[in-house]
Design a binder for this molecule. Structure first.
Ligand code: HEM
Length: 502
């Protein structure tokens, strides 16, 4: 019992070093230790039998086994996941039962995240259709929000003093999510804006509290109980703001800056019920979406402004100035995109996802030391797919732990992109939107002639970014917080200044 609790706490503290400490690899070649995390490690976490999968191909086989199961198009193939791309039988691994304990109370139905099979397939199609025009409509809005954030006195980026990069980008990510999905602004809707943020943060704290009891007595309530109260309050708040947005959009003077789903809530035109729109807007504006976006933007900003390749240590050697100096807009865009994809591969905001095995399955391990070995996951056990290691799998990525900004430039050989947004039928619904948001923010910053200055000193942060590939799981555990999303443990202080080249 004590060991189970210890394992849960140690995992919660640092999944990376938890896995590394259970590594069975012979410790022969020290320089490649961190690149050789074993493909599967077993543990008991949160009273569950867990198989933590770090092989890219095994993760992908598990994620894609349900790709067509909702539509019932696929015939079951071989029972093994192998290097040669054979698929697992559909429905071998499901998400709902794995997430149930941690999420169901906080993201009650109808919520796509917990759905599998046919109902998931139907919801996903409806949401994909609703998201189709979203990017096009909201990107001009993202540019306006970015300019506002850079100019506002009360905005997240102070001009006159150093600030904590992650905290500023977390505030900014709230501006973006609440601006895009609820039409709320921190300056003109201060009270409502603050209320949503604080309830969403309560919800996430409740969800991640390792104290799985809802207890409320006078003067004290557990994080879980506060989280559950936030869920109850957020529903009506979402409904109120969506309705308000719809009413505003009916006024002729209003431009297209309202929430994309507000129309559907009244007109029923989207094919989505009011209940679905409310429940999903709670998910799209959640603290986990906020933290994931802030995490990605932090790593992206650091790579763009603070990274120097060994030959260009001076200021003009930043990727931001290299991109800004490109005359051709397509080249600029392709560079920004490649840098973002490489950032997401090395520094995935969400460390991984959970699945439950519905039948006993034998996975063929595709990595040394023993090529012929296999790993069995019994029915009812969990597979936790650890993206951080899978995205640095040396059998898939050349120089896996190294930040190579041009890795995904168009024209390069077709490459696996990494698993930061999942894969298969449960791939993140917000992935394209997130990509476009990050690129638009960066374009806007460069257009405004602004840059970020600062230094990254901590070894674990440099390894997280792939700047320093000498492996030290201890430094990563010390310098990086991994849950619920990855970020530096201590502030990285930076300043925002005008580019002298302008
Ligand atoms: C950097 C930001 C983000 C990251 C890293 C991220 C990551 C992920 C991952 C890994 C999954 C897969 C879950 C699984 O397979 O079990 C997922 C699912 C999902 N994400 Fe995101 N996400 C991000 C932002 C967003 C945003 C902004 C939205 C809202 C627009 C969003 C909406 C969703 C939804 C609805 C799902 C469930 C999809 C399904 O079950 O079919 N995500 N996300």
């Amino acid at each position: 019992m004590a060991s189970r609790i210890t394992q849960s706490l140690t995992f919660h503290q640092s999944p990376g070093s938890f896995i590394f400490d259970r590594s069975q690899w012979p410790d022969s070649d020290d320089t490649t230790r961190a690149e050789r995390i074993p493909p599967v490690v077993t543990a008991e976490i949160l009273n569950r039998n867990v198989h933590i999968v770090s092989s890219y191909r095994l993760c992908k086989a598990i994620l894609t086994c349900n790709e067509t199961s909702g539509a019932r198009e696929a015939e079951p193939s071989s029972g093994d996941a192998r290097l040669d791309g054979q698929k697992l039988p559909p429905d071998t691994f499901t998400a709902g039962p794995a997430y149930e304990q941690l999420m169901a109370a906080f993201f009650p139905p109808p919520d796509i995240l917990l759905q599998d099979g046919k109902s998931h397939h139907e919801s996903k199609n409806k949401w994909k259709t609703s998201f189709a025009g979203l990017i096009e409509n909201c990107i001009p809005h993202v540019e306006i929000l970015t300019r506002q954030a850079l100019n506002l006195q009360i905005g997240p980026f102070p001009r006159d003093r150093p600030f904590d990069l992650y905290e500023a980008l977390k505030d900014f990510a709230w501006d973006l999510l609440l601006g895009v999905f609820l039409g709320l602004r921190r300056d003109t809707n201060k009270k409502n804006f603050g209320e949503i943020v604080s309830r969403q943060e309560d919800l996430l704290r409740g969800q991640f509290s390792l104290f799985p009891v809802a207890l409320s007595v006078p003067f004290w309530s557990s994080a879980r109980s506060r989280g559950l109260k936030a869920v109850r309050n957020l529903g009506p708040a979402m409904r109120k703001h969506l309705n308000h947005q719809w009413e505003r959009s009916q006024q002729p003077s209003e431009s297209g800056q309202s929430c994309p789903f507000a129309h559907g809530i009244k007109a029923g035109s989207s094919g989505l019920s009011e209940e679905e729109i409310v429940s999903h807007t709670r998910l799209f504006t959640s603290s986990i979406a906020n933290k994931a976006l802030a995490s990605l933007l932090t790593a992206y900003f650091m790579n763009m402004f603070l990274w120097r390749d060994s030959e260009h240590q001076h200021d003009e050697g930043s990727l931001a100035s290299l991109v800004a100096s490109q005359a051709d807009p397509d080249t600029r865009h392709s560079m920004l995109s490649s840098i973002l994809l490489e950032t997401a591969r090395l520094s995935p905001p969400v460390v991984g996802v959970m699945r439950r095995s519905m039948e006993t399955v034998k996975l063929e391990q595709d990595m040394a030391p023993d090529e012929s070995s296999s790993h069995t996951i019994p029915a009812g056990h969990d597979a936790w797919l650890y993206f951080v290691a899978a995205n640095r799998d040396p059998s898939v990525f050349k120089d896996p732990g190294e930040f190579r900004w041009d890795r995904f430039m168009s024209g390069e050989t077709s490459q696996d992109l990494g698993l930061a947004f999942g894969a298969g039928c449960k791939t993140c619904l917000g992935a394209d939107l997130t990509h476009q948001i990050c690129i638009t923010v960066m374009h806007t910053l460069l257009d405004c002639g602004l840059k970020i200055e600062g230094r990254v000193e901590e070894a674990g942060v440099k390894q997280w970014l792939g700047w320093d590939r000498s492996p030290s799981p201890e430094a990563m555990a010390r310098d990086l917080k991994q849950l619920p999303c990855q970020k530096p443990r201590r502030p990285v202080m930076v300043t925002l200044c005008r580019n002298s080249m302008e």
